[in-house]
Design a protein around this ligand. Structure first.
Ligand code: XMP
Length: 316
């Protein structure tokens, strides 16, 4: 019988034993694993934890504020870093999906190392590695899993931390239960996975501030709508995509020539295969109306009805 309160005490004891009076650095991705780890470590070592959240300018609407509001009141010593300008500069004109991923990974490590030096020295690097990540070393989520996701072979020697990975024996459901007991808000606790490269791989082709801003507003309408209509938890992941397609439309007496947004929602157990979510037509109609009414840069909305395979969940 799995007793979450008992597990929390054990995990805290384990961290204290491992860390002693050392200092711990943690990258917060905004997902449930790294956020929950932040809460656990704050309980275990207090101010000797420094949690770093990098705002690369590819986040969703209000995401940075949501992370800050979820963690700071619960005692997490959280530093948010505004790295938007450097990420935008590095991604300028880059349209190849894998190239975008590589650049984001590289810039992320660069920004993270800089923060480690500024606020260090640190003895430990904490990671929200889960049991499934341990058995199949791919996986984990976003910034929480720096080494496996960014293909850089770890950090340089002068930042050679010892790893703290208290969740190595846990499954996602167990982390969610721990998160609940530690007081993580449900919006974060039950959040869909969100990729490390974030909105950059949902804004097809070369990105720009303007395109990201359009995508952010479309995404917010869709995700808020799913929550409002009680459909969010029934989807494994939902996303909006800004396509580079421009098409002709009509608005009042005016002819428009504007962008097409795509909506995608899937159900899946393991994200290796997925079905497109059979969202109600009326809901899709409401989303489409809201999007074209509120986001003037969009005059056409399509819903992705492709499974994985052959399509991936993300569009890039
Ligand atoms: P695909 O698009 O390959 O996505 O069907 C499967 C799952 O992985 C996520 N994903 C990523 N996560 N870095 C990440 O941290 C990435 O580069 C990346 N690419 C895809 C995707 O959101 C989905 O949950």
């Amino acid at each position: 019988d799995w007793n979450a309160e008992h597990i929390i005490d054990e995990l805290i004891d384990g961290v204290r034993t491992q860390v002693g009076d050392g200092r711990v650095l943690l990258a917060i991705s905004g997902g449930v694993d790294s956020s929950t780890l932040g809460l656990l470590l704050a309980k275990a070592v207090g101010e000797r934890l420094t949690a770093v959240f990098i705002d690369h300018g590819l986040l969703r609407l209000g995401e940075r504020e949501q992370v800050e509001a979820a963690l700071r009141p619960l005692g997490v010593n959280l530093i948010t870093v505004d790295a938007r300008a450097e990420f935008m500069a590095a991604l300028d004109g880059v349209s190849d999906p894998e190239q975008k991923r590589k650049i984001i990974g590289r810039e992320f490590i660069r920004a993270f190392e800089r923060e480690a030096r500024t606020h260090g020295p640190f003895d430990f690097l904490a990671q929200g590695t889960l049991y499934p990540d341990v058995i199949e070393s791919a996986g984990g989520e976003g910034a929480a899993n720096i080494k496996s996701h960014h293909n850089v072979g770890g950090l340089p020697d002068d930042l050679a931390f010892k790893l703290v990975e208290p969740f190595r024996t846990l499954f996602k459901d167990e982390v969610r239960e721990i998160a609940r007991l530690l007081g993580l808000p449900d919006a974060v606790r039950m959040r869909h996975p969100f990729p490390g490269p974030a909105l950059a791989i949902r804004c097809l082709g070369a990105i720009s501030e303007e395109k990201l801003d359009i995508l952010r507003r479309v995404d917010d309408i869709f995700i808020s709508g799913l929550r409002e209509f009680g459909l969010y938890d029934g989807c494994s992941q939902a996303l909006a995509i800004l396509t580079p397609i421009q098409s002709v439309g009509v608005m009042g007496d005016e002819r428009t020539y504007s962008f097409t947004a795509a909506l995608r929602a899937v159900t899946t157990d393991d994200f290796m295969t997925a079905e497109w979510a059979r969202l109600p037509y009326d809901f899709l109609a409401t989303m489409s109306n809201r999007i074209v009414n509120q986001v003037h840069e969009i005059n056409r909305v399509v819903y992705d009805i492709t499974g994985k395979p052959p399509a991936t969940i993300e569009w890039e």
